[in-house]
Write a protein that binds this ligand. Structure first.
Ligand code: HEC
Length: 239
């Protein structure tokens, strides 16, 4: 790989080759489920929080606008299945050191997301039928501190989110506990009248720290680059 290979031209050429390998290398496959793909794409803290895609109603700006990214490819006659292959490879192998997390969705879910992007990118009009109502999953209920402990888990599906975006606690010493059952690394940190941060942990780990909370409004958030911007944060109210 040449240095500085972060332009789109440099990104797509190696991916195109990899896409051929991916498509050829897979055996029997189920047809992709576009509704599932759209739901995963637009779900809180996933692709759409970093990427704009008009049909999915997402407006993220951390990563490239995917309508723009694939407009030329579609105009040049690159088929939907080739674009699907490019997206599958981007999901599995984003630029090293970039902010796009690798493997946010896997297996059939990754194929569904890629198939939806290939279908929807730079396509005029709006989704209809079941695709029009593919909604994002609801946020979990607020978390309250119990006996000095606040347990706020990372979203287990790999979405860049916690299971809730609202928490409350009483003033005093509180232990923050973030179990991470998601496939990617996360931590939990606090900013506001008092700050604190637990270690970044991989799948199966638990990030914890203790803080002496004063009354006020805080934000809890993940310090892995890009995650807070993608929506992995919430409000903690201390009384
Ligand atoms: C935290 C932000 C973030 C999330 C979440 C994210 N991406 Fe990205 N994505 C980026 C950035 C930044 C780039 C630019 C290239 C790079 O860093 O790899 C990118 C590049 C891409 C590209 C290449 C676009 C081009 O110009 O060729 C595609 C396709 C893509 N992402 C699809 C996805 C899909 C599908 C998901 C969900 C599974 C996703 N992204 C989740 C930030 C994100």
């Amino acid at each position: 790989m040449l240095p500085g290979k972060d332009t789109r031209a440099g990104l797509i050429a190696p991916l195109a080759l990899a896409a051929l390998v991916t498509v050829a290398g897979c055996g029997r496959q189920e047809a992709p489920d576009l509704v599932n793909g759209k739901r995963l794409f637009a779900g809180k803290g996933t692709c759409g929080s970093c990427h704009t895609l008009a049909r999915a109603n997402t407006k993220g700006t951390v990563g490239p606008n995917l309508d723009d990214a694939f407009a030329t490819d579609k105009r040049d006659g690159l088929g939907q299945s080739s674009i699907e292959g490019l997206v599958i490879d981007q999901i599995a192998y984003p630029r090293r050191g970039g902010t796009m997390p690798a493997g946010l969705v896997k297996g059939q879910n990754a194929r569904d997301v890629a198939a939806y992007v290939a279908y929807a990118a730079a396509r005029a009009g709006q989704d209809t039928g079941a695709l029009a109502t593919a909604a994002q999953p609801a946020k979990g209920p607020p978390v309250a501190e119990k006996a000095g402990t606040l347990t706020i888990a990372a979203d287990p599906t790999g979405a860049l989110a916690y299971v809730t975006d609202k928490a409350s606690a009483k003033a005093g010493t509180a232990k923050f506990v973030m179990p991470n059952k998601s496939p990617i690394q996360h931590n939990i940190a606090l900013k506001g009248p008092v700050t604190g941060a637990g270690p970044i942990v991989g799948s199966g780990g638990t990030s914890t720290f203790t803080a002496s909370l004063k009354p006020g409004t805080y934000e809890f958030y993940c310090q892995v680059p890009g995650h807070e911007a993608a929506g992995m944060k919430g409000t903690l109210t201390v009384k």
